[in-house]
Design a protein around this ligand. Sequence first.
Ligand code: C2E
Ligand code: CA
Ligand code: CA
Ligand code: CA
Length: 383
Amino acid sequence: INDSYGHAAGDEVLKLVARRLRQVVRMSDTVGRLAGDEFIIVLTEVSDGDVGGQVAEKITEVLSEAFQVLDAELFCLPSIGITYYPDQAETVETLLRNADIAMYHAKHSGNDRYLTFSSDMAQRSVELMNLETDLRHAVNREELELHYQPKVGGDGRTVVGCEALIRWRHPRLGLVSPGDFIPLAEESGLIIPIGRWTLAEACRQFMEWRRHGISPPSISVNVSVRQFNDSQFLDNVRDVLDGTGMPAGCLDLEITESVMMGDVERAVSALNTLKAMGVTLSIDDFGTGYSSLNYLKTFPIDTLKIDQTFVRDVEHDTKDAAIIATIVSLAKNLGFQVVAEGVESREQMDFLRSNDCSLFQGFWVSRPLPATDFSIFLKNSAA
Ligand code: C2E
Ligand code: CA
Ligand code: CA
Ligand code: CA
């Protein structure tokens, strides 16, 4: 069970969960608290093959109802793993391990609230667990690096900024992309030291470019929800700015709409503090989150980044085209800048331009580049 902030749920919440779970099952079944926010349910004398799935759906439903009553802002998401005795395991240890592995996969799948154990899961989870162990050392062993992708203006070549994108140079696996380890980093809390490193490294690199007279006007750094919600985050930003001598106005922080799913007041106050420091703020992946447009009024943001899923088929899909046109005019009317991400072709760029969007990022301009290659790109585009 995790709450909507991605934190482990509090004790009060867990008691409620336990009560509700007991209502879902029969007298002959068992509900136990395994550890922390993990529960175990033993269903006896199950004949029909998919009873586990039915119970899992019921649990999800009952919990979401319970939390709507408790607090409309809060929702608790269970991840459920199912395994069957004696088909899949005969000992208690193996049953528990199977259920745990299936639960772990449900949690990381993004879509599935519950999954039934299968033997290929076991193999994959060994890999994932190894990855988590390795990630623990990645910062100290200096295995992380940042690549930089230019953000350009309407002419398609004037660099107006760049986005720092993290990579992990794994000793065995080679270059691991953030999609493969950021979720793991968030789940394990490692995103806090990793995020701190990223911020410091991006600012350090920016100042180095500046000393060589080639820095882009600004640099954007991705901030994950868990990092944003960390109590040290604001101090960390302040320390990095002070420590590197980075002008605050050259630092842009990219957050997603999901920061709205937590404590809104706290989020607004944190964003105001950041604005007061002088940094600029972008909403990343705009249009893919779950939050209402209402926050656009209260959030002191500067830029909306149109998610690349809308850009991908823009020439063929009239709905995507309409969405983009709408986001651009929304941004203009509210006084935000708007950046289109994932621009891969001249046609896409032309469409965006004709719809009043004049800031772009994407493979059409350049892939994210290692720092040295990016310096060369900067020198060439300045020439
Ligand atoms: P994002 O912030 O939306 O970053 C854009 C992603 O799209 C990057 O993937 C980038 O390489 C890719 N991209 C850029 N142009 C194109 C294009 O024209 N076509 C296509 N198909 N893709 C394009 P990447 O580097 O793999 O990063 C994936 C995600 O990982 C990022 O999505 C961001 O959410 C996260 N991430 C990356 N670096 C960091 C970081 O330092 N901290 C945190 N918290 N998250 C990060
Ligand atoms: Ca948890
Ligand atoms: Ca981003
Ligand atoms: Ca994005």
